[in-house]
Design a protein around this ligand. Structure first.
Ligand SMILES: NC(=O)c1ccc[n+]([C@@H]2O[C@H](COP(=O)([O-])OP(=O)(O)OC[C@H]3O[C@@H](n4cnc5c(N)ncnc54)[C@H](OP(=O)(O)O)[C@@H]3O)[C@@H](O)[C@H]2O)c1
Length: 264
């Protein structure tokens, strides 16, 4: 009996059945795990990214366990292709609800060595494309009078200034700033917009770097001498994407295992 009540309560707070969640960068790392988590909460998940095979792997991981997912191979910097993918999602899936704006690129260099091309690439994906994915999603919600949730995956680097990650940090700081502006502008439409600032999570974006002597030293400098796994973001993601998070908007959730006190 208690279990029944708990189950219903949890489904009411965190359930996403009958709703579509879009995850960009869903073919690997944090995006793949986000897609699996949202599918486990009941959402139909639209998987976006450039590598079709990687998306299909995520799709199979979800459908194998009875979840629902569909892949849309798209480069988020291509606004026309993005718009077509969103149209296809709206036509073929459950009503839009959540966007996990996760696609992103890294790039390490001291400021004196940063090229214009590197600057444009990092801000082009992490800031500009993230902005236009969010606006394309919000435009559709607003046109359909639907409420929704946007979660922008920013980074601890937006606030912790790690060496050689200045441009990456700036791209995420800009996205974090835009998060609050989106939340403000779209509040009256019932769209909640929040940021998650993850600390170091071991994925394709940084695995090789953490295997170098410099990377190993960085891990040792962290308060708990450990990196996170993509699952570390599950709780934050579920809170911000679910009915339980209805009064949370324009916030940043730092999920970093206190790494901010150790990163140098
Ligand atoms: N790992 C960390 O420590 C950490 C910490 C803080 C924040 N983050 C952020 O978390 C997000 C996910 O990173 P991750 O660690 O999971 O690394 P990852 O495995 O390299 O994931 C990045 C994803 O972004 C997608 N992507 C990149 N450019 C794209 C484009 N132009 N169009 C569509 N998709 C694109 C990639 O897919 P395709 O190559 O298939 O397109 C890939 O699936 C990023 O925004 C990253 O900045 C990561």
């Amino acid at each position: 009996m208690t279990n029944d009540i708990d189950t219903k309560f949890l489904a009411r707070c965190f359930g996403l059945s009958g709703l579509t969640a879009i995850v960009t960068g869903a073919g690997s790392g944090i995006g793949r795990q986000a897609a699996r988590t949202l599918a486990a909460a009941g959402a139909e998940v639209a998987l976006l990214g450039r590598r079709e095979e990687a998306l299909k792997e995520t799709e199979q991981m979800i459908t194998r366990h009875g979840g629902r997912a569909r892949s849309f191979a798209v480069d988020v910097t291509d606004r026309q292709a993005l718009s077509e993918a969103l149209d296809a999602i709206q036509e073929s899936m459950a009503p839009l609800w959540a966007l996990v704006n996760n696609a992103g690129v890294g790039g390490r260099a001291p400021l004196l060595d940063v090229s214009e091309a590197q600057f444009d690439q990092i801000l082009g994906v992490n800031t500009k494309a993230a902005l236009f994915v969010a606006t394309a999603f919000a435009q559709r919600l607003i046109a359909s009078a639907l409420p929704g949730r946007i979660i922008n995956i920013c980074s601890l680097a937006a606030q912790s200034h790690p060496l050689n990650l200045a441009i990456y940090g700036a791209s995420k700081a800009a996205l974090e700033h835009l998060t609050r502006s989106m939340a403000h502008e779209w509040a009256s439409h019932g769209i909640n917009v929040n940021a998650i600032n993850p600390g170091f999570i071991e994925t394709e974006i940084n695995r090789a770097m953490f295997q170098t002597p410099v990377g190993r030293k960085m891990i040792e400098s962290l308060p708990r001498q450990r990196l996170g796994t993509p699952e570390a973001l599950d709780g934050a993601l579920l809170l911000l994407s679910s009915p339980a998070g209805g009064f949370i908007t324009a916030s940043t959730l730092v999920v970093d295992d206190a790494q901010r006190f150790g990163v140098s």
